[in-house]
Design a protein. Structure first.
Length: 296
């Protein structure tokens, strides 16, 4: 099966590398030419447009930063949908709203192609180690055909329902990520200001009901003052904004999500937008007059 990949950022680049390592022929496209040249040197085939990728591949994966970019790549004049053909599979790993996923599914169906909304969780580290969780919405028979390719990218692949379902599950995940990260930042600053050692907090909390993935990942990074890499504040803010748009349309109150969104906006206003989301701790540290740092 010939593959295509569009969107070679922090997630797409290592995902493409894993497909190349698995022995697939991969045609790639990205706005930044530097990463295209880099991956071309590793065996990928460059293309000048999404249409060219579609024409060269049996299955195309996209991993793009915004819904607007997804819409352009799929529905634009030189996009994937106008070039899609009978039996082809299009897989979108981006975080978008369910309405857009369903729109792309319907457009692909009109061309005789299959479409899966298949957002991923696990961050750049999961992309590099091919251990991503992939939540898939769409037709089961299309997923069955795409499964060998997805297994080269992740270890937890779930069919969660019809078109748009994968996107919904990803938004739920991102809502929990944002709320939990804000809670961790607030809690550890509170603890350190009150006299607790941060390592003691980690040792106790990771085996208590207060534990979470955000705590066990985030607190060690905060203590080591490692704020580069991982999912940046700007990206979490994009997701939280999208979640609130969907929630508003559904008349669902997202009170804690709104608080988390404001906390991340504060971080962005302080110039932390490109830093890992654990940098959310910095404005709280500044206000409290403490720094959460390893003491031994």
């Amino acid at each position: 099966m010939r593959l295509g990949f569009i969107g070679l950022g922090k997630m797409g680049k290592p995902m493409t590398r894993n497909l190349l390592r698995a022995g697939y022929e991969v045609t790639i496209h990205n706005r930044s030419r530097a990463v295209v040249e880099e991956l071309s040197g590793e065996g990928a085939r460059p293309a000048t447009s999404p249409r060219e990728v579609a024409e060269a591949a049996d299955l195309v994966i996209t991993c793009l930063p915004t819904p607007a970019t997804v819409e352009e790549v799929y529905l634009g004049e030189d996009g994937l949908i106008p070039a899609a053909r009978e039996g082809q599979i299009l897989v979108d790993c981006s975080t978008v709203g369910p309405a857009l996923s369903r729109q792309l599914y319907a457009a692909a169906q009109e061309r005789g192609a299959g479409f899966l909304d298949a957002p991923v969780s696990g961050g750049p580290a999961g992309a590099e180690s091919a251990t991503l969780t992939i939540m898939v919405g769409g037709d089961k028979d299309v997923l069955d055909r795409a499964m060998p390719v997805l297994q080269a990218l992740g270890t937890n692949i779930h069919h969660v329902g019809p078109s748009g379902s994968g996107t919904v599950v990803k938004l739920v995940n991102q809502l929990l990520v944002g709320i939990n990260m804000a809670a961790v930042a607030e809690a550890v600053v509170f603890g350190v200001k009150a006299g607790a050692d941060p390592q003691a907090l980690l040792d106790v909390l990771q085996s208590s009901f207060g534990s979470s993935r955000m705590l066990t990942r985030g607190l060690p990074l905060i203590m080591e003052r490692q704020f580069e890499g991982g999912t940046p504040i700007n990206l979490i803010l994009k997701d939280l904004g999208l979640i609130h748009e969907v929630g508003s349309a559904l008349d669902v109150r997202l009170m804690l999500g709104a608080v988390a969104q404001e906390a991340f906006k504060e971080g962005r206003a302080l110039g932390l937008g490109d830093e890992d989301m654990v940098a959310l701790v910095k404005p709280l540290e500044r206000l409290a007059g403490v720094e959460v740092r390893r003491t031994q």
